[in-house]
Design a protein around this ligand. Structure first.
Ligand code: SAM
Length: 223
């Protein structure tokens, strides 16, 4: 799918995005975010953070517990509108991950949660992350990844993602296409291992799946 079409879809579902997220993930996305940020803080203290593809600001909500220096960036004006209302004190940028509007070596941490799968030129975005991170800066990725092998559990998760989630998401957001895009985009995305290998110029510190979930976490240090 083209980048503009993906961004337009997020513009359309922005008002109901948070509600659908909580319902379809049974609230577990909050637990993954908290765990991922706590683990990232083992590698850096009091970081200056850029949250790329910040959406409505769910990651920023957790970052705020640990640092005061947070910047958000997203390609969708609709998602940013929701984020700005939630966090009037945070500075937000309307831009693409592939073209970050920041000087070299500006941030200690870049986080991107459930965003990198939507970035069409992923290699360009990774180059940009490397450019704007400071020396030994940390990249945190949370993302749904494709399984290495299909287990009974993964089949059950896929059934939920392919058949049930688009219906619930479609009813609440009135945009079923957007919630059909989600399972398709996961099936067309990388495995955890493949995604880790794309991080050229980074040393992988953590690369793992969360139990009972298709969610993966990667923590990588700029080298
Ligand atoms: C599934 S949402 C995730 C939002 C948020 N990070 C979260 O964890 O809830 C994906 C977000 O990625 C944004 N996005 C998609 N492609 C992008 C790109 N190329 N650059 C920046 N943001 C992008 C969308 O606008 C959307 O807000």
């Amino acid at each position: 799918m083209q980048q503009e079409k993906i961004v337009k879809m997020f513009d359309e579902i922005a008002p109901s995005y948070d509600l659908v997220n909580r319902i379809v993930s049974f609230g577990s996305d909050k637990i993954w975010r908290e765990k991922a940020i706590k683990e990232t803080l083992k590698y850096t203290k009091n970081p200056k953070v850029l949250d790329v593809a910040c959406g409505s600001g769910d990651m920023i909500e957790v970052w705020k517990k640990y640092t005061n220096d947070i910047t958000g960036l997203d390609a969708s004006a609709g998602m940013l509108e929701v984020a700005k209302k939630r966090f009037p004190d945070i500075k937000f940028y309307h831009a693409l991950a592939q073209y970050l509007p920041f000087e070299d070596k500006s941030f200690d941490v870049i986080s991107i949660s459930f965003g990198i799968r939507n970035v069409v030129e992923i290699d360009k975005a990774i180059e940009e992350f490397k450019r704007v991170l400071k020396k030994e800066g940390i990249l945190l990725i949370l993302e749904f990844t494709k399984p290495d092998k299909k287990t009974a559990l993964r089949n059950a998760i896929d059934f939920y993602s392919n058949k049930i989630l688009p219906k619930i998401g479609g009813i609440i957001s009135k945009n079923q296409e957007a919630y059909e895009y989600l399972p398709n985009s996961i099936n067309n995305f990388y495995t955890l291992n493949e995604l880790s290998q794309k991080l050229k110029g980074f040393e992988i510190k953590v690369a793992r799946n969360f139990n009972l979930s298709p969610t993966s976490m990667i923590i990588a240090k700029k080298i």
